[in-house]
Ligand binder design. Structure first.
Ligand code: FAD
Ligand code: NAI
Length: 491
C-alpha cells in the first residue's frame, strides 16, 4: 500500500514527536514511524527519553531521594520515622505509571493532531543519485519503506520531506558484554528487581552519577570506574571539583583513571578486572552498569547505497538548519552533532518543522542548558571558566554559596553555589554554573537572561522574591562587581 505525505518523521523520541506535532499544527500531512516496544511488546511513543531515559530516571531519583531523606535527614526537622522500609516493586510500578501516563499523552496528541503513528522499522529507499551528475531535487518524492512491528507487513510511504530522528543507543564494550542479568546498560539499571548489595558502574558521566545515586540511596555499595583522570571534564572546573567532594561524601566511590580490562558474569556475580595507578585489581559485584556514552542510531537506515554524509561514529552531517546532504531529508536529535539531550532535539524538531512550512526558526546552540539530576543538582549554560581562559577572553566571576541563602537554610539545602562569569569589558553574562538544590529550575533564569543578552548588572538591578533560591542568582550577579550583600567580599 502506498501513501503520500508532506512529511514522514522517523523516530518518536522528543526530537521526532515534537517535530511531528509541529508539522501537523502547521497543516502538513504527517506520519511518524517508530519501532519502540516495551517489555510486554507493546508499541510506545516517546523514544528513549520517555521510556528508558529522562523520565524513568527522574522518577527513581525522586523516589530514592525521599527514601534516603526519610531514613536520615527528616530527623533534623524533628520528624522521626523509625520504621522506614523499601517496597522496590511499588517504586518501580510508580515509575512505570509515570512513563505510561506520558506516553499515552503523546498518543492522544498524535490523534488530536491527526498524525499517522506507524509502528514499524523504517528504511529510506533510493537516496543515491542515479548518476554522478544528477542531484536529486527537493520536490522529488522520497520513499520510506516500513516493516510493521506486529504482522511484518511492508508498507511504502511517499513523502516530500523526511525527518530522521532515530535517536541513539548505549555504547557496548566488547570486554564487558551486556547479558541483561548481571551486566546491564542504563535500561537494565532502571529495572533491577532488588537492590544490588555491590554495584559497579563503568563511566562517571551523567548516567553513572544519576543511576549510581539512585542505587546508593536505596542501599547499594556503589563503585564507579572512570577511565579519565578528570571528573566531569565538560563542566566548569570549580563545580566539577566541588561536586566530586560531595559525591564522595555521599558514599559514591568514584575511581578516576581506572581502566576496565574485562568484566565477566559468572554464577550471578560480575568479576571485574581493572587497572589504576596502583596496578591491576580484581573485584566482584552483584551487578555492573555500563554507562560509557551513546552512539547515534543511523546504521541500516538506508536500504541501498546512499549519498548521505555521516562521520565514522554514525553522526549524520547537518548544517545549522539540520538539513542533511540530501535535499528534503533532515536529521535532528541524538543522530546529529551537539549534546545528546532531549530539549536540544525538541528545539531542532521545531526548527525543521517551521523550515519545511516555509517559516523561520533557529536553534541557539550556544545556550543549551545541561543538568545532572543528582542531589544536589548540577546545571550550567554557556561558557565555563576554563574555556574562556583557553580562548583568551577576559572575564569577571561572581559566586554566591547557598549556605548564605535564607531559603536554603530554612529548607536545609545549603550545599553548593551559583557562579556567574561575565565579559570583563561588556559585563555580558557568558556562563552560569550552579551546584545546588533546584539547579535544574534555576538555570532557566540564566538561559532567559543570556538569550536577551543580559549583563550581570541587569540581574543585579532585578528584584527577586525573598526568601527564594533564586536570590542566590541575584547575589552572584552582585558578586561579579564585588557588591554581594550576604557574603563578605574582598575587592
Ligand atoms: P530517542 O529518544 O532515542 O528516540 C528515537 C526513536 O526512534 C526511538 O523510539 C527508536 O526506537 C526509534 N527508531 C530508531 N530507529 C528507527 C527506525 N529505523 N525506524 C523506526 N523507529 C526507529 N536527556 C535530557 O535532556 N534530560 C535528561 O534528564 C536525560 N536523562 C537521560 C537518562 C538516561 C538513562 C538516558 C539513557 C538518556 C537520558 N537523556 C536525557 C538523553 C535523552 O534521552 C536523549 O537525548 C533523547 O531521548 C534523544 O531524543 P531523540 O528523539 O533524538 O531520540
Ligand atoms: P557520558 O558521555 O556522560 O559519560 C560516559 C563516561 O564514561 C565518560 O566520563 C567517559 O570518560 C567514561 N568512559 C568511557 N569509556 C570508558 C571505559 N572503557 N572505562 C571507564 N570509563 C569510560 O555518557 P553516559 O553517562 O553514558 O550518558 C549518555 C548520554 O545520555 C550523555 O551524552 C547525556 O547527554 C545523556 N544523558 C543526559 C542526562 C541529563 O541530561 N541529565 C542524564 C543521562 C544521560
Amino acid at each position: 500500500m502506498k501513501k503520500n505525505y508532506d512529511v514522514v518523521v522517523i523516530g518518536a523520541g522528543p526530537a521526532g514527536y515534537v517535530a511531528a506535532i509541529r508539522c501537523a499544527q502547521l497543516g502538513l500531512k504527517t506520519a511518524c514511524i517508530d519501532n519502540w516496544l516495551d517489555e510486554n511488546n507493546n508499541p510506545k511513543l516517546g523514544g528513549t527519553c520517555l521510556n528508558a531515559g529522562c523520565i524513568p530516571s527522574k522518577a527513581l531519583l525522586e523516589s530514592s531521594e525521599l527514601y534516603k531523606q526519610s531514613e536520615s535527614s527528616l530527623a533534623q526537622h524533628g520528624i522521626l520515622t523509625d520504621s522506614v522500609s523499601l517496597n522496590l516493586k511499588q517504586m518501580m510500578e510508580r515509575k512505570d505509571n509515570v512513563v505510561n501516563t506520558l506516553t499515552l499523552g503523546i498518543e492522544s496528541l498524535f490523534k488530536s493532531n491527526k498524525i499517522d503513528w506507524i509502528q514499524g522499522n523504517a528504511t529510506i529507499e533510493n537516496s543515491k543519485s542515479e548518476s554522478p551528475g544528477h542531484k536529486k531535487n527537493h520536490d522529488e518524492f522520497k520513499k520510506v519503506v516500513v516493516i510493521q512491528l506486529h504482522n511484518k507487513d511492508i508498507q511504502q510511504l511517499n513523502t516530500n520531506n523526511i525527518i530522521i530522528a532515530t535517536g541513539s543507543s548505549p555504547v557496548n564494550l566488547s570486554i564487558a558484554p551486556i547479558d541483561d542479568e548481571c551486566i546491564v546498560d542504563s535500561t537494565g539499571a532502571l529495572a533491577f528487581d532488588k537492590v544490588p548489595k555491590k554495584l559497579g558502574i563503568i563511566g562517571s558521566g551523567v548516567i553513572g552519577l544519576e543511576l549510581g545515586s539512585v542505587w546508593k540511596r536505596l542501599g547499594a555499595e556503589v563503585k564507579i570506574f572512570e577511565a579519565q583522570d578528570t571528573f566531569l571534564p565538560f563542566a566548569d572546573e570549580f563545580i566539577a571539583k566541588e561536586s566530586f567532594k560531595l559525591f564522595i561524601n555521599q558514599g559514591l566511590d568514584i575511581k578516576l583513571n581506572a581502566r576496565l580490562l574485562k568484566a565477566k558474569a559468572k554464577n550471578n556475580a560480575v568479576h571485574v578486572k581493572f587497572t589504576d595507578s596502583d596496578g591491576e585489581h580484581h573485584e566482584v559485584f552483584d551487578k555492573l552498569i555500563i554507562a560509557v556514552g551513546r552512539h547515534p542510531n543511523s546504521e541500516g537506515l538506508f536500504n541501498d547505497e546512499t549519498d548521505l554524509v555521516m562521520d565514522e561514529g554514525g553522526l549524520i552531517h547537518v548544517n545549522d538548519k539540520c538539513e542533511t546532504s540530501l535535499p528534503g531529508i533532515y536529521a535532528i536529535g541524538d543522530t546529529v552533532r551537539g549534546p545528546m539531550l532531549a530539549h536540544k532535539g525538541s528545539e531542532e524538531g521545531l526548527m525543521v518543522a517551521e523550515h519545511i512550512a516555509g517559516n523561520y526558526r533557529s536553534v541557539n546552540y550556544e545556550l543549551i542548558p545541561s543538568v545532572i539530576y543528582t542531589h544536589p543538582e548540577l546545571a550550567w549554560v554557556g561558557k565555563s571558566e576554563q574555556t574562556l581562559k583557553a580562548s583568551g577572553i577576559e572575564y569577571n566571576v561572581g559566586t554566591f554559596p547557598f549556605s548564605a541563602s535564607g531559603r536554603a537554610q530554612a529548607v536545609n539545602e545549603t550545599k553548593g553555589f551559583v557562579k556567574i562569569v561575565s565579559d570583563s569589558k561588556t559585563d555580558k553574562i557568558l556562563g552560569v554554573h550552579i551546584l545546588g538544590s533546584h539547579a535544574s529550575e534555576l538555570i532557566a533564569q540564566a538561559v532567559i537572561a543570556m538569550e536577551f543578552g543580559a549583563s550581570s548588572e541587569d540581574i543585579a538591578l532585578t528584584m527577586f522574591a525573598h526568601p527564594t533560591f533564586s536570590e542566590a542568582f541575584h547575589e552572584a550577579s552582585l558578586a561579579v562587581s564585588g557588591n554581594a550583600l550576604h557574603i563578605t567580599q574582598r575587592n
